[in-house]
Design a protein around this ligand. Structure first.
Ligand code: GLY
Length: 579
């Protein structure tokens, strides 16, 4: 039979699928940063320097994480914060681990229907803008608990760099300036926020200009001197409560007085012999990453190849099933009985694999549970110290610059984390997540999160520290970085930079970053029934560390740098710093 072009393509495709991994060529990534004693990777270069200096001075990874947390609140105000909340996963050098939940809680006066109008429909913007969107902040209590229980240095030592940058200012680089420019209209709506983040002419600060935040310096100095009471029981809480009352919010002094950090057992699972330690509920992150990894463990991803239609197919189907569970079954563990052990069971993953058609896309509507009605601005940092203590922190204001409000005199931007609750079952939130009753609003309840600060270990030793911002996509961003290192052999920088895909059950769409898939792969997937959204934007800003080499191959060969750090090339002002 004479071979025409069409036959050749068919032959070459089938040979490729049968015999060898289909490789996608990624643009080259820069080399990861190297260090022998410690590594700090954050989304803002000055904060990375703060963390490294703490390590050099004898602080451990928790000390560095606390100092970085305060520094980012000053030099990365779109997401770094003391007016929001977050999670810290710690894996100690002896192999033990813990998890601090300092996420926001709903105010005592919150109600299930507080964002609905009289007809039961969500009021546009009510859970996103202004004081009604604000959850009770947890960052100060969380960072201080971490320092007191697991750090070595004084609060004053760890807060001094942040106070300095707030008092004396810092010079904005291109990435910093871009974040201000993108939110200028929103910040202009609150006079106190505008007075800090916009120039007197109303324009955002530009590249090379200095941002000085004297009110924030004073708030940080009060916390440094008096501890958490300065925030939760003193003038700062009074100022926030006063502004909230005057501007349509419901925050009250008892909300602040009753705020408590929870120390929880992290979620753990194994993937191809690696031990994953990540965030438990009230995050969905760790559970859903583990559920997806358990499903993927049954497929030869390394053989199928990064970016191949077959790899994308099984990844998307695993994501589809796991996000149904995320959006319908999980919530704050003080309010909801989370089916964590079922979702982490390898037998449950096998049941999911059995339902995945090897040749066709699934249909999200068919998975709707009975009775069920980006981002953007979170930030993640990864740190490891000379002793091998690894810390992963993801904390957030939720949207960029949170609710866009600052109580007069405090300099503190407040979060809009209340949008992470279900406003109304079946109605999408900021991240397009369609959620259910388990995540309904209740007083003192914490909204379900996707934040996934994760540490991976191998043979009892730290192997990888990883996490990212990205709203509902945090889970798939973190997952893909892990799979890229373990299954596809990428180095840590390549694993983080590689184009991403995302699926979250609803909408039933596969989001693909620019150049994420080759045109023929797109055609193959469309032929299987997938609806692809070829996004013109990237998402996420992962921050990762790999221990023992920059890639699995280098680790196996021996002789690689002890610590290898990578900040996402999408993070314009971030830096990985080792020493
Ligand atoms: N605010 C984003 C998250 O917690 O998932």
């Amino acid at each position: 039979m004479p071979l025409n072009r069409r036959t050749l393509i068919a032959v070459s495709l089938s040979v490729t699928f049968a015999l060898a991994p289909l490789r996608l060529t990624f643009a080259a990534s820069p080399a990861p940063a190297k260090g022998e004693h410690g590594m700090v990777v954050t989304a803002q270069h000055l904060a990375s320097e703060v963390g490294i200096e703490v390590l050099k001075k004898g602080g451990n990874a928790v000390d560095a994480a606390v100092a970085v947390g305060y520094a980012l609140a000053v030099v990365y105000p779109n997401a770094g914060n003391i007016g929001g909340g977050g999670f810290m996963t710690i894996r100690f050098q002896d192999g033990k681990s813990t998890f601090l939940d300092f996420r926001e809680r709903a105010p005592l006066a919150a109600t299930k229907t507080m964002y609905l109008d009289k007809d039961g429909n969500p009021v546009k913007g009510a859970s996103l803008d202004g004081y009604l969107a604000v959850g009770v902040p947890g960052s100060v209590a969380g960072l201080e608990m971490a320092r007191e229980k697991y750090g070595k240095l004084s609060r004053q030592d760890l807060m001094a760099p942040a106070i300095g940058y707030a008092r004396d200012g810092f010079i904005l680089n291109q990435g910093d300036a871009a974040s201000f420019a993108g939110s200028a209209d929103r910040l202009a709506k609150d006079p106190a926020a505008a007075a800090i983040f916009l120039k007197p002419d109303g324009k955002p600060y530009g590249i090379g200009e200095r941002l000085i935040q004297p009110d924030l310096a004073a708030s940080l100095a009060a916390i440094s001197e008096k501890g958490t009471d300065a925030f939760y029981k003193g003038a700062i809480a009074d100022a926030i409560v006063k502004a909230s009352g005057a501007k349509g919010g419901i925050l009250a002094k008892p909300d602040f007085e009753q705020y408590a950090v929870r120390e929880l057992k992290p979620v753990t699972c194994t993937y191809r012999g690696y031990e994953i330690t990540s965030s438990p509920p009230p995050s969905s992150g760790g559970v859903i990453i583990c559920e997806i990894l358990n499903v993927l463990e049954g497929y030869p991803l390394s053989y199928l190849g990064a970016g191949s239609a077959e790899t994308v197919h099984v990844m998307v189907e695993a994501m589809r099933y796991a996000y149904v569970d995320r959006n319908s079954a999980l919530g704050d563990p003080d309010f909801v009985d989370n089916p964590v052990s079922k979702l982490l069971d390898k037998a449950y993953a096998k049941d999911i694999r059995d339902k995945i058609d090897p040749f066709r896309a699934g249909v999200s509507q068919d998975l709707t549970p009975k009775g069920f009605g980006e981002s953007k601005e979170t930030t993640h940092y990864s740190i490891i110290d000379d002793e091998g203590n690894a810390v992963a922190v993801t904390y957030t204001l939720n949207g960029s610059f949170g609710a866009g409000v600052v109580a007069d005199g405090t300099g503190i931007l407040l979060n809009n984390e209340m949008d992470d609750f279900t406003q109304k079952p079946g109605v999408p939130n900021l991240y397009g997540l369609v959620q259910g009753e388990a995540n309904a609003i209740q007083p003192k309840k914490t909204p379900l999160s996707s934040m996934s600060p994760t540490v991976v270990a191998k043979d009892g030793k730290p192997f990888m520290v990883i996490g990212s911002p990205g709203g509902s996509r945090i889970i798939t961003i973190t997952l893909e970085a892990i799979v890229n290192v373990i299954d596809h052999g990428m180095n840590i920088q390549e694993a983080i930079d590689a184009p991403r895909i995302h699926h979250q059950w609803l909408p039933d769409t596969v989001y693909v970053e620019p150049f994420g898939l080759s045109p023929d792969t797109e055609k193959l997937l469309a032929g299987m029934g997938y609806h692809l959204d070829l996004a013109d934007q990237t998402w996420g800003q992962a921050a990762g560390i790999l221990v023992g080499g920059k890639s699995l191959a280098e680790i196996e060969k021996g002789g690689g740098a002890r610590y290898n750090g990578a900040i996402d090339s999408r993070a314009a002002s971030g830096e990985a710093l080792g020493y």
